[in-house]
Design a protein. Structure first.
Length: 358
């Protein structure tokens, strides 16, 4: 009995502890889930309010598309949406959000239907919309199947519907000045030659962009892009690439695989002089002014002075624009010779700046 009792006690104690851990984990899980749902609903609420404000801002344009009578109806609908959103904030009833979303869909469908009826060619423009609902594409699927150029600039689009893949003749898609945050996989199946994006947020480019087999012109201006995948080498037909006003610090060596790239714009990123071997030579071969490029980045210039701190130590020389020395070497470098990172080392050696004192 003496040997059995402790074992039984240990088993029961273990079971108790396991149950306690299980209940604790369950409580934490529920709490985390609640926080997640709150964040999602809060984001949807903010998004819906942004859409309402967009329509209010474009009332005159919408009136020109529809009619004076529709302007009054639209204002009534927007007031209804705002009331639904206010009620949701008080009651947290998800049905109110759903009702607001359906109303916004209805507004967009109406605007899209009117504009598409007025356009008979394969080149179409849609204005004053905050969404491209899947229903709109289904309603006009015969037209969308034949569209070659779609102008959607200066709207309030956050994404595109998955059935955009129906546009199997679409060669040019203009999404300039839209708050795009994601793109559906179907975009990668389109025969796009020109794709223009700006004013959105895509820190990591979606896979569908790297799957565009026929792309020639690609603009990703001011999209918050922080990195490029090695898969950029798949865009072999690319001849023009705009990456200005992003957050790029380094460029992938696979960029040099783009043989037909004639123009590339990289101003106002965070590019440093230290890039993978081959990058600077490639850019010089593409007639890029490296000195101008480095001077037009959103980073502080590389300067050394007696009262400046470099790598945690004070510089032992008076004020010296070291970047200028390295750029002078860059400008004299042939595309297939030394890279700026080596030039920077040689510049520091020539200036005897390898030694710092505390």
């Amino acid at each position: 009995m003496f040997h059995i009792l402790p074992n039984e006690m240990m088993v029961r104690l273990t079971q108790y502890l396991n149950l306690t851990d299980l209940f604790s984990f369950s409580r934490v899980n529920k709490h985390t889930s609640a926080i997640s749902h709150y964040a999602i609903n809060h984001n949807r609420l903010s998004r819906f309010r942004a859409e309402v404000n967009f329509f209010k801002k474009n009332l005159d344009k919408i009136q020109a598309i529809e009619s004076v009578r529709y302007r009054a109806s639209l204002l009534s609908l927007l007031i209804y949406v705002e009331q639904q959103l206010d009620n949701f904030q008080r009651s947290n009833n998800k049905g109110l959000l759903q009702s607001a979303s359906m109303t916004i869909d209805m507004i967009n469908n109406k605007l899209i239907n009117t504009q598409l009826r007025q356009q008979e060619s394969a080149y179409n423009t849609l204005m004053c919309i905050s969404r491209l609902p899947p229903k709109a594409i289904l309603t006009h699927q015969e037209k969308f199947k034949k569209i070659k150029r779609l102008e959607l600039k200066d709207n309030c689009l956050e994404n595109l519907p998955s059935n955009i893949s129906i546009c199997q003749e679409l060669e040019s898609l203009n999404l300039y000045e839209n708050p795009i945050t994601r793109l559906p996989d179907g975009v990668g199946t389109l025969p796009l030659k020109h794709l223009y994006l700006s004013g959105g947020h895509l820190p990591v480019l979606p896979q569908c962009i790297y799957q565009l087999k026929h792309i020639e012109w690609l603009s990703l201006e001011n999209m918050g892009v922080s990195s490029l995948s090695a898969e950029i080498k798949n865009l072999r037909t690319l001849t023009w690439l705009y990456l200005g006003k992003n957050c790029l610090e380094k460029l992938p060596i696979e960029l040099t695989f783009l043989r037909y790239l004639a123009e590339i714009f990289l101003e106002y990123n965070k590019l440093s002089i230290c890039q993978p071997y081959g990058i600077w030579g490639y850019l010089k071969h593409k007639k890029i002014n490296i000195k101008y490029l480095l001077c037009n980045q959103n980073t502080a210039p590389l300067l050394l002075s007696a009262d400046k701190v470099v790598n945690g130590k004070k510089a032992s020389r008076p004020y010296l624009p070291l970047l200028k020395y390295s750029q002078d070497i860059i400008e004299s470098t042939q595309p297939d010779e030394d890279e700026p990172i080596n030039a920077l080392s040689r510049g520091m050696e020539a200036l005897n700046l390898n030694t710092f004192h505390a």
